[in-house]
Design a binder for this molecule. Structure first.
Ligand code: ADP
Ligand code: MG
Length: 488
Protein backbone atom coordinates (compact mmCIF):
# COMPACT_ATOMS: atom_id res chain seq x y z
CA UNK A 1 0.00 0.00 0.00
CA UNK A 2 1.85 3.15 -1.13
CA UNK A 3 1.73 6.24 1.13
CA UNK A 4 -0.55 8.20 -1.19
CA UNK A 5 -3.30 5.62 -0.64
CA UNK A 6 -3.65 7.19 2.81
CA UNK A 7 -5.29 10.36 3.96
CA UNK A 8 -4.88 12.00 7.36
CA UNK A 9 -7.95 12.66 9.52
CA UNK A 10 -7.41 15.32 12.17
CA UNK A 11 -9.64 17.02 14.71
CA UNK A 12 -8.26 19.67 17.05
CA UNK A 13 -9.04 20.19 20.71
CA UNK A 14 -7.96 23.64 21.80
CA UNK A 15 -7.75 24.86 25.38
CA UNK A 16 -7.52 28.62 25.75
CA UNK A 17 -7.18 30.27 29.15
CA UNK A 18 -9.34 33.36 29.25
CA UNK A 19 -7.81 36.69 30.28
CA UNK A 20 -10.31 37.43 33.01
CA UNK A 21 -9.29 39.19 36.22
CA UNK A 22 -10.61 36.42 38.45
CA UNK A 23 -11.01 32.66 38.30
CA UNK A 24 -13.88 30.73 36.70
CA UNK A 25 -15.84 30.13 39.88
CA UNK A 26 -14.44 32.51 42.51
CA UNK A 27 -13.06 36.00 43.07
CA UNK A 28 -9.50 34.65 43.38
CA UNK A 29 -7.26 36.72 41.06
CA UNK A 30 -5.84 35.06 37.95
CA UNK A 31 -2.03 35.17 37.81
CA UNK A 32 -0.70 33.61 34.64
CA UNK A 33 2.90 34.76 34.95
CA UNK A 34 5.26 31.78 35.00
CA UNK A 35 7.43 33.76 37.45
CA UNK A 36 4.71 33.97 40.11
CA UNK A 37 5.58 32.14 43.32
CA UNK A 38 3.72 28.83 43.53
CA UNK A 39 0.43 28.74 45.45
CA UNK A 40 0.19 32.51 45.87
CA UNK A 41 -2.85 32.96 43.62
CA UNK A 42 -5.14 30.53 45.41
CA UNK A 43 -8.24 30.58 47.57
CA UNK A 44 -10.30 27.87 49.30
CA UNK A 45 -12.17 27.21 46.04
CA UNK A 46 -9.06 26.72 43.88
CA UNK A 47 -7.79 24.36 46.57
CA UNK A 48 -10.99 22.31 46.50
CA UNK A 49 -11.78 22.83 50.17
CA UNK A 50 -14.99 21.22 51.40
CA UNK A 51 -17.84 23.64 52.01
CA UNK A 52 -16.92 26.06 49.24
CA UNK A 53 -19.47 27.00 46.60
CA UNK A 54 -18.69 28.04 43.02
CA UNK A 55 -20.12 31.17 41.37
CA UNK A 56 -19.98 31.57 37.58
CA UNK A 57 -17.68 34.34 36.28
CA UNK A 58 -19.87 36.46 33.99
CA UNK A 59 -16.83 37.85 32.17
CA UNK A 60 -15.76 34.31 31.23
CA UNK A 61 -19.21 33.66 29.77
CA UNK A 62 -18.95 36.88 27.76
CA UNK A 63 -15.49 35.97 26.46
CA UNK A 64 -16.74 32.48 25.57
CA UNK A 65 -19.66 34.00 23.68
CA UNK A 66 -17.30 36.29 21.78
CA UNK A 67 -15.21 33.34 20.63
CA UNK A 68 -18.29 31.25 19.82
CA UNK A 69 -19.76 34.03 17.71
CA UNK A 70 -16.43 34.76 15.98
CA UNK A 71 -16.42 31.05 15.02
CA UNK A 72 -19.96 31.36 13.59
CA UNK A 73 -21.42 29.09 16.26
CA UNK A 74 -25.01 28.76 17.36
CA UNK A 75 -25.49 29.83 20.96
CA UNK A 76 -28.08 27.56 22.61
CA UNK A 77 -30.46 29.39 24.97
CA UNK A 78 -29.20 27.36 27.94
CA UNK A 79 -25.83 25.93 28.85
CA UNK A 80 -24.94 23.89 31.88
CA UNK A 81 -21.89 22.94 33.91
CA UNK A 82 -21.14 19.30 34.71
CA UNK A 83 -18.71 17.43 36.93
CA UNK A 84 -16.03 15.46 35.17
CA UNK A 85 -14.59 13.09 37.75
CA UNK A 86 -11.06 11.84 37.68
CA UNK A 87 -8.26 11.61 40.15
CA UNK A 88 -5.01 13.48 39.71
CA UNK A 89 -3.02 15.50 42.27
CA UNK A 90 -3.40 18.74 40.28
CA UNK A 91 -7.20 18.48 40.70
CA UNK A 92 -7.86 18.72 44.43
CA UNK A 93 -11.67 18.36 44.28
CA UNK A 94 -11.40 15.03 42.45
CA UNK A 95 -13.54 16.48 39.67
CA UNK A 96 -13.26 19.28 37.17
CA UNK A 97 -16.22 21.56 36.57
CA UNK A 98 -16.71 21.52 32.81
CA UNK A 99 -19.59 21.45 30.37
CA UNK A 100 -20.76 18.23 28.82
CA UNK A 101 -24.04 17.80 26.96
CA UNK A 102 -25.03 21.47 27.07
CA UNK A 103 -22.05 23.50 25.89
CA UNK A 104 -21.96 27.27 25.47
CA UNK A 105 -21.57 27.21 21.68
CA UNK A 106 -22.13 24.60 18.95
CA UNK A 107 -21.99 23.98 15.18
CA UNK A 108 -19.66 26.71 13.99
CA UNK A 109 -16.90 26.87 11.40
CA UNK A 110 -13.68 28.61 10.53
CA UNK A 111 -12.44 29.27 7.01
CA UNK A 112 -8.71 28.79 6.76
CA UNK A 113 -6.17 29.61 4.09
CA UNK A 114 -3.68 26.82 3.53
CA UNK A 115 -0.29 27.12 1.88
CA UNK A 116 1.09 23.62 1.33
CA UNK A 117 4.86 23.15 1.08
CA UNK A 118 4.53 22.29 -2.56
CA UNK A 119 1.32 23.31 -4.22
CA UNK A 120 -1.15 26.12 -4.62
CA UNK A 121 -2.71 27.96 -1.70
CA UNK A 122 -6.39 27.13 -1.12
CA UNK A 123 -9.14 27.95 1.35
CA UNK A 124 -11.07 25.39 3.32
CA UNK A 125 -13.91 25.38 5.81
CA UNK A 126 -13.33 23.44 9.04
CA UNK A 127 -16.42 22.81 11.15
CA UNK A 128 -16.28 23.67 14.84
CA UNK A 129 -18.25 21.13 16.83
CA UNK A 130 -18.46 22.99 20.12
CA UNK A 131 -16.89 25.44 22.51
CA UNK A 132 -17.44 25.05 26.22
CA UNK A 133 -16.26 26.59 29.47
CA UNK A 134 -14.39 24.80 32.21
CA UNK A 135 -11.78 25.43 34.88
CA UNK A 136 -8.08 24.79 34.43
CA UNK A 137 -6.23 22.40 36.73
CA UNK A 138 -3.15 23.03 38.86
CA UNK A 139 0.32 22.08 37.70
CA UNK A 140 2.74 19.41 38.81
CA UNK A 141 6.32 20.62 39.06
CA UNK A 142 9.11 18.05 39.01
CA UNK A 143 12.19 19.49 40.69
CA UNK A 144 14.99 18.59 43.12
CA UNK A 145 14.15 14.91 42.86
CA UNK A 146 10.60 15.51 44.04
CA UNK A 147 7.20 16.42 42.67
CA UNK A 148 5.44 19.56 43.84
CA UNK A 149 2.04 20.93 43.03
CA UNK A 150 1.22 24.55 42.20
CA UNK A 151 -2.46 25.54 42.33
CA UNK A 152 -2.07 29.06 40.89
CA UNK A 153 -3.56 27.82 37.64
CA UNK A 154 -6.32 25.79 39.31
CA UNK A 155 -9.69 27.36 38.52
CA UNK A 156 -8.47 29.69 35.76
CA UNK A 157 -11.26 30.00 33.16
CA UNK A 158 -10.63 27.78 30.20
CA UNK A 159 -12.46 27.64 26.90
CA UNK A 160 -12.27 24.29 25.14
CA UNK A 161 -12.89 24.43 21.41
CA UNK A 162 -13.37 21.17 19.51
CA UNK A 163 -13.36 20.84 15.72
CA UNK A 164 -14.88 18.12 13.58
CA UNK A 165 -12.28 15.82 12.02
CA UNK A 166 -12.26 17.95 8.85
CA UNK A 167 -8.52 18.64 8.81
CA UNK A 168 -6.53 16.46 6.41
CA UNK A 169 -2.88 17.46 6.74
CA UNK A 170 -0.35 18.96 9.12
CA UNK A 171 -0.41 22.14 6.97
CA UNK A 172 -4.17 22.47 7.46
CA UNK A 173 -3.79 21.92 11.21
CA UNK A 174 -1.17 24.66 11.28
CA UNK A 175 -3.34 27.06 9.26
CA UNK A 176 -6.29 26.44 11.59
CA UNK A 177 -4.15 26.99 14.66
CA UNK A 178 -2.75 30.26 13.31
CA UNK A 179 -6.14 31.62 12.30
CA UNK A 180 -7.73 30.65 15.60
CA UNK A 181 -4.87 32.13 17.60
CA UNK A 182 -5.19 35.38 15.66
CA UNK A 183 -8.93 35.48 16.42
CA UNK A 184 -8.31 34.96 20.15
CA UNK A 185 -5.74 37.77 20.13
CA UNK A 186 -7.99 40.13 18.17
CA UNK A 187 -10.80 39.45 20.64
CA UNK A 188 -8.40 40.17 23.49
CA UNK A 189 -9.40 37.00 25.33
CA UNK A 190 -6.05 35.16 25.13
CA UNK A 191 -2.51 36.27 24.24
CA UNK A 192 -1.83 33.14 22.18
CA UNK A 193 1.45 32.21 23.83
CA UNK A 194 1.73 28.42 23.59
CA UNK A 195 5.13 28.40 25.28
CA UNK A 196 3.47 29.64 28.50
CA UNK A 197 0.70 27.06 28.20
CA UNK A 198 -2.11 29.63 28.09
CA UNK A 199 -3.06 28.21 24.69
CA UNK A 200 -2.84 24.45 24.19
CA UNK A 201 -3.65 22.77 20.91
CA UNK A 202 -4.06 19.01 20.77
CA UNK A 203 -4.45 17.26 17.46
CA UNK A 204 -6.42 14.01 17.36
CA UNK A 205 -4.97 12.03 14.50
CA UNK A 206 -5.90 8.96 12.51
CA UNK A 207 -5.29 7.89 8.96
CA UNK A 208 -7.74 6.50 6.43
CA UNK A 209 -6.97 4.14 3.60
CA UNK A 210 -8.71 4.92 0.32
CA UNK A 211 -10.65 1.65 0.61
CA UNK A 212 -11.83 2.38 4.19
CA UNK A 213 -15.51 3.11 4.81
CA UNK A 214 -15.09 4.45 8.36
CA UNK A 215 -12.57 6.07 10.67
CA UNK A 216 -9.73 4.17 12.27
CA UNK A 217 -8.36 4.47 15.82
CA UNK A 218 -7.02 7.91 16.68
CA UNK A 219 -4.28 9.17 18.93
CA UNK A 220 -3.97 12.53 20.63
CA UNK A 221 -0.74 14.55 20.74
CA UNK A 222 -0.17 16.84 23.72
CA UNK A 223 2.65 19.10 24.92
CA UNK A 224 3.68 21.26 22.04
CA UNK A 225 5.14 24.66 22.84
CA UNK A 226 4.38 26.31 19.54
CA UNK A 227 2.33 25.96 16.40
CA UNK A 228 5.48 24.91 14.55
CA UNK A 229 6.03 22.08 17.04
CA UNK A 230 2.42 21.00 16.61
CA UNK A 231 2.95 20.92 12.87
CA UNK A 232 6.03 18.70 13.16
CA UNK A 233 4.42 16.43 15.75
CA UNK A 234 1.36 15.99 13.51
CA UNK A 235 3.48 15.18 10.48
CA UNK A 236 5.48 12.62 12.47
CA UNK A 237 2.35 10.98 13.87
CA UNK A 238 0.70 10.67 10.44
CA UNK A 239 3.84 8.99 9.11
CA UNK A 240 4.11 6.70 12.17
CA UNK A 241 0.54 5.46 11.74
CA UNK A 242 0.88 4.84 7.99
CA UNK A 243 4.11 2.91 8.57
CA UNK A 244 2.50 0.84 11.33
CA UNK A 245 -0.44 -0.17 9.13
CA UNK A 246 1.76 -0.85 6.13
CA UNK A 247 3.94 -3.19 8.16
CA UNK A 248 0.83 -5.10 9.26
CA UNK A 249 0.58 -3.51 12.72
CA UNK A 250 -2.21 -1.51 14.32
CA UNK A 251 -2.55 1.83 16.11
CA UNK A 252 -3.40 1.93 19.83
CA UNK A 253 -5.70 4.65 21.15
CA UNK A 254 -3.20 6.64 23.20
CA UNK A 255 -2.09 10.05 24.31
CA UNK A 256 1.29 10.95 22.88
CA UNK A 257 3.78 13.64 23.76
CA UNK A 258 6.18 15.46 21.47
CA UNK A 259 9.86 15.89 22.25
CA UNK A 260 10.97 18.86 20.17
CA UNK A 261 14.64 18.34 20.96
CA UNK A 262 14.67 14.73 19.83
CA UNK A 263 11.97 15.36 17.20
CA UNK A 264 10.24 12.27 18.53
CA UNK A 265 6.82 11.17 19.72
CA UNK A 266 6.51 9.58 23.16
CA UNK A 267 3.62 7.39 24.36
CA UNK A 268 2.19 8.94 27.56
CA UNK A 269 -0.91 7.02 28.54
CA UNK A 270 -3.89 5.16 27.27
CA UNK A 271 -7.08 7.10 26.98
CA UNK A 272 -10.11 7.25 29.29
CA UNK A 273 -13.57 6.98 27.80
CA UNK A 274 -16.43 9.36 28.61
CA UNK A 275 -18.04 6.69 30.83
CA UNK A 276 -15.03 6.65 33.14
CA UNK A 277 -15.47 10.37 33.84
CA UNK A 278 -18.98 9.77 35.24
CA UNK A 279 -20.23 13.15 34.04
CA UNK A 280 -23.29 14.52 35.81
CA UNK A 281 -24.81 18.02 36.08
CA UNK A 282 -23.00 20.24 38.59
CA UNK A 283 -25.51 20.53 41.46
CA UNK A 284 -23.86 23.65 42.93
CA UNK A 285 -24.43 25.81 39.84
CA UNK A 286 -27.59 26.96 38.11
CA UNK A 287 -28.22 26.39 34.42
CA UNK A 288 -26.94 29.44 32.54
CA UNK A 289 -29.44 31.20 30.34
CA UNK A 290 -28.19 33.24 27.40
CA UNK A 291 -30.82 35.67 26.16
CA UNK A 292 -31.07 36.52 22.46
CA UNK A 293 -30.45 40.16 23.40
CA UNK A 294 -27.15 39.23 24.98
CA UNK A 295 -26.13 37.29 21.87
CA UNK A 296 -26.95 40.35 19.76
CA UNK A 297 -25.13 42.75 22.04
CA UNK A 298 -21.96 40.64 22.13
CA UNK A 299 -22.17 40.04 18.39
CA UNK A 300 -22.51 43.76 17.67
CA UNK A 301 -19.50 44.54 19.83
CA UNK A 302 -17.13 42.06 18.15
CA UNK A 303 -14.05 43.86 16.81
CA UNK A 304 -12.91 43.56 13.22
CA UNK A 305 -11.54 40.01 12.92
CA UNK A 306 -8.45 38.88 10.97
CA UNK A 307 -10.34 37.76 7.84
CA UNK A 308 -12.21 41.08 7.56
CA UNK A 309 -9.08 43.08 8.21
CA UNK A 310 -7.24 41.09 5.58
CA UNK A 311 -9.98 41.76 3.01
CA UNK A 312 -9.78 45.47 3.84
CA UNK A 313 -5.99 45.47 3.34
CA UNK A 314 -6.36 43.68 -0.01
CA UNK A 315 -8.84 46.40 -1.03
CA UNK A 316 -6.10 48.96 -0.27
CA UNK A 317 -3.98 47.32 -2.97
CA UNK A 318 -1.95 44.83 -0.91
CA UNK A 319 -1.20 41.37 -2.27
CA UNK A 320 -3.01 38.49 -0.65
CA UNK A 321 0.26 37.34 0.82
CA UNK A 322 1.20 40.71 2.36
CA UNK A 323 -2.33 41.12 3.73
CA UNK A 324 -2.10 37.67 5.33
CA UNK A 325 1.30 38.34 6.88
CA UNK A 326 0.22 41.74 8.18
CA UNK A 327 -2.97 40.45 9.83
CA UNK A 328 -1.74 37.19 11.36
CA UNK A 329 -0.44 38.94 14.49
CA UNK A 330 -2.67 41.58 16.00
CA UNK A 331 0.39 43.60 17.03
CA UNK A 332 1.65 43.69 13.43
CA UNK A 333 -1.79 44.68 12.11
CA UNK A 334 -1.95 47.48 14.68
CA UNK A 335 1.53 48.61 13.66
CA UNK A 336 0.62 48.65 9.97
CA UNK A 337 -2.55 50.63 10.69
CA UNK A 338 -0.43 53.10 12.65
CA UNK A 339 1.81 53.52 9.60
CA UNK A 340 -1.25 54.12 7.42
CA UNK A 341 -2.55 56.66 9.93
CA UNK A 342 0.78 58.46 9.47
CA UNK A 343 -0.19 59.06 5.85
CA UNK A 344 1.99 56.43 4.16
CA UNK A 345 1.00 54.72 0.93
CA UNK A 346 -0.39 51.26 1.82
CA UNK A 347 1.48 49.20 -0.76
CA UNK A 348 4.83 50.88 -0.18
CA UNK A 349 4.38 50.64 3.59
CA UNK A 350 3.49 46.93 3.36
CA UNK A 351 6.57 46.36 1.28
CA UNK A 352 8.94 48.05 3.69
CA UNK A 353 7.43 46.33 6.73
CA UNK A 354 7.38 42.80 5.31
CA UNK A 355 10.88 42.99 3.84
CA UNK A 356 13.35 45.47 5.38
CA UNK A 357 11.71 45.80 8.80
CA UNK A 358 10.94 42.09 9.26
CA UNK A 359 14.48 41.20 8.25
CA UNK A 360 15.84 43.58 10.91
CA UNK A 361 13.46 42.01 13.43
CA UNK A 362 14.59 38.50 12.46
CA UNK A 363 18.22 39.53 12.69
CA UNK A 364 17.69 40.81 16.23
CA UNK A 365 15.36 37.94 17.22
CA UNK A 366 12.40 40.22 17.88
CA UNK A 367 9.13 38.29 17.71
CA UNK A 368 6.44 39.71 15.44
CA UNK A 369 4.12 40.20 18.40
CA UNK A 370 6.72 42.48 20.01
CA UNK A 371 6.76 44.88 17.06
CA UNK A 372 5.17 47.51 19.32
CA UNK A 373 8.38 47.77 21.35
CA UNK A 374 10.88 48.58 18.57
CA UNK A 375 12.40 52.06 18.15
CA UNK A 376 11.02 52.36 14.64
CA UNK A 377 7.59 53.63 15.68
CA UNK A 378 4.68 53.53 13.23
CA UNK A 379 5.05 57.31 12.87
CA UNK A 380 8.76 56.94 12.00
CA UNK A 381 7.99 54.17 9.52
CA UNK A 382 5.31 56.34 7.92
CA UNK A 383 7.78 59.23 7.62
CA UNK A 384 10.35 56.96 6.00
CA UNK A 385 7.84 55.57 3.50
CA UNK A 386 6.75 59.10 2.61
CA UNK A 387 10.37 60.16 2.00
CA UNK A 388 10.78 57.22 -0.41
CA UNK A 389 7.41 57.85 -2.10
CA UNK A 390 8.13 61.54 -2.70
CA UNK A 391 11.55 60.75 -4.14
CA UNK A 392 13.27 62.70 -1.37
CA UNK A 393 15.54 59.71 -0.70
CA UNK A 394 16.31 56.62 -2.75
CA UNK A 395 15.83 53.06 -1.52
CA UNK A 396 19.46 52.57 -0.59
CA UNK A 397 19.43 55.67 1.59
CA UNK A 398 16.08 54.62 3.07
CA UNK A 399 17.59 51.31 4.15
CA UNK A 400 20.45 53.15 5.86
CA UNK A 401 18.04 55.56 7.56
CA UNK A 402 15.87 52.63 8.69
CA UNK A 403 18.92 51.00 10.27
CA UNK A 404 19.76 54.26 12.05
CA UNK A 405 16.22 54.63 13.41
CA UNK A 406 16.25 50.94 14.40
CA UNK A 407 19.36 51.50 16.50
CA UNK A 408 18.80 55.01 17.81
CA UNK A 409 15.20 55.98 17.19
CA UNK A 410 14.40 59.42 15.87
CA UNK A 411 12.62 61.00 12.95
CA UNK A 412 13.74 59.88 9.48
CA UNK A 413 13.17 63.31 7.94
CA UNK A 414 15.39 64.94 10.58
CA UNK A 415 18.09 62.30 10.04
CA UNK A 416 18.02 62.89 6.27
CA UNK A 417 18.35 66.65 6.89
CA UNK A 418 21.11 66.38 9.47
CA UNK A 419 23.20 63.91 7.47
CA UNK A 420 22.56 65.53 4.09
CA UNK A 421 21.15 62.30 2.66
CA UNK A 422 18.54 63.83 0.39
CA UNK A 423 18.41 62.22 -3.00
CA UNK A 424 20.02 64.11 -5.88
CA UNK A 425 17.70 64.20 -8.89
CA UNK A 426 19.29 67.34 -10.32
CA UNK A 427 20.35 66.26 -13.83
CA UNK A 428 23.22 68.70 -14.23
CA UNK A 429 24.99 67.39 -11.08
CA UNK A 430 24.43 63.84 -12.27
CA UNK A 431 25.72 64.61 -15.80
CA UNK A 432 28.89 66.12 -14.36
CA UNK A 433 29.58 63.06 -12.22
CA UNK A 434 28.83 60.68 -15.09
CA UNK A 435 31.24 62.52 -17.37
CA UNK A 436 33.98 62.20 -14.74
CA UNK A 437 33.27 58.50 -14.13
CA UNK A 438 33.21 57.65 -17.85
CA UNK A 439 36.48 59.51 -18.37
CA UNK A 440 38.19 57.53 -15.62
CA UNK A 441 36.67 54.19 -16.65
CA UNK A 442 37.51 54.21 -20.34
CA UNK A 443 38.24 50.46 -20.41
CA UNK A 444 34.73 49.67 -19.19
CA UNK A 445 33.24 52.14 -21.65
CA UNK A 446 35.04 50.40 -24.52
CA UNK A 447 33.76 47.00 -23.35
CA UNK A 448 30.21 48.31 -23.09
CA UNK A 449 30.35 49.89 -26.52
CA UNK A 450 31.77 46.62 -27.85
CA UNK A 451 28.50 44.93 -26.86
CA UNK A 452 29.25 43.78 -23.30
CA UNK A 453 26.00 45.06 -21.81
CA UNK A 454 26.48 43.70 -18.32
CA UNK A 455 29.18 46.33 -17.78
CA UNK A 456 26.33 48.84 -17.51
CA UNK A 457 25.64 47.70 -13.96
CA UNK A 458 29.24 48.28 -12.90
CA UNK A 459 29.25 51.78 -14.40
CA UNK A 460 25.96 52.50 -12.68
CA UNK A 461 27.50 51.36 -9.39
CA UNK A 462 30.53 53.57 -9.91
CA UNK A 463 28.31 56.63 -10.53
CA UNK A 464 26.13 55.89 -7.47
CA UNK A 465 29.26 55.50 -5.35
CA UNK A 466 30.73 58.74 -6.68
CA UNK A 467 27.52 60.47 -5.61
CA UNK A 468 27.59 59.04 -2.11
CA UNK A 469 24.66 56.71 -2.84
CA UNK A 470 22.30 59.67 -2.93
CA UNK A 471 21.58 59.96 -6.65
CA UNK A 472 18.17 59.12 -8.02
CA UNK A 473 18.82 55.74 -9.70
CA UNK A 474 16.23 56.34 -12.43
CA UNK A 475 17.80 59.62 -13.46
CA UNK A 476 21.28 58.04 -13.38
CA UNK A 477 20.10 55.18 -15.62
CA UNK A 478 18.62 57.54 -18.16
CA UNK A 479 21.55 59.99 -18.26
CA UNK A 480 24.10 57.17 -18.32
CA UNK A 481 22.40 55.64 -21.38
CA UNK A 482 22.41 58.99 -23.15
CA UNK A 483 26.06 59.71 -22.29
CA UNK A 484 27.21 56.23 -23.38
CA UNK A 485 25.19 56.64 -26.59
CA UNK A 486 27.12 59.83 -27.32
CA UNK A 487 30.40 57.88 -27.14
CA UNK A 488 29.50 55.22 -29.72
P1 ADP B 1 -13.80 12.56 22.96
O1 ADP B 1 -15.15 12.98 23.45
O2 ADP B 1 -13.41 11.20 23.37
O3 ADP B 1 -12.74 13.57 23.19
P2 ADP B 1 -14.67 13.25 20.31
O4 ADP B 1 -15.44 12.38 19.39
O5 ADP B 1 -15.39 14.35 20.98
O6 ADP B 1 -13.95 12.38 21.37
O7 ADP B 1 -13.51 13.85 19.46
C1 ADP B 1 -12.49 14.57 19.98
C2 ADP B 1 -11.70 15.11 18.83
O8 ADP B 1 -11.20 14.07 18.02
C3 ADP B 1 -12.51 16.00 17.91
O9 ADP B 1 -11.71 17.10 17.54
C4 ADP B 1 -12.79 15.13 16.72
O10 ADP B 1 -12.90 15.88 15.54
C5 ADP B 1 -11.56 14.27 16.68
N1 ADP B 1 -11.78 12.97 16.07
C6 ADP B 1 -12.82 12.14 16.23
N2 ADP B 1 -12.62 11.02 15.53
C7 ADP B 1 -11.43 11.13 14.92
C8 ADP B 1 -10.66 10.27 14.07
N3 ADP B 1 -11.05 9.06 13.73
N4 ADP B 1 -9.47 10.73 13.64
C9 ADP B 1 -9.02 11.93 14.00
N5 ADP B 1 -9.70 12.76 14.80
C10 ADP B 1 -10.88 12.36 15.26
MG1 MG C 1 -11.67 15.10 24.34
Amino acid sequence: MPANDWKAIIGLEIHAELLTASKMFSACPVVTSVDADPNTAVDPLSLGMPGTLPVVNARAIEFGLMVGLALHCEIPPFNQFARKSYFYPDLPKGYQISQYDRPLAINGYLDIEVTPENGEAYTKRVRVRRAHLEEDTGKLVHADGGTYVDYNRAGVPLLEIVTEPDINSAEEAEAFARELRAILQYLGVNDGDMSKGVLRIEPNISVMHKTDTGYRTRTEVKNQNSIRHMYRATKAEIERQIKLYESGGSVDAATLGWDEVKQKLTIQRHKESAAEYRYFPEPDLPIVEISREEVQTVSARLPELPAAKKARFVALGLTDYDAQVLTMDKAVADYFEGVLAGGANAKTAANWITTALFSLMNKHSIEREDIGSIKVTPAAMAALVKLVESGAINKGTATTVLETVWAEGGDPAAIVQAKGLAQVSDTSAIVTTIEQVLASQSAMVTRYLGGEEKVFGALMGAVMKAMGGKANPQVVTEVLKVELGKRK
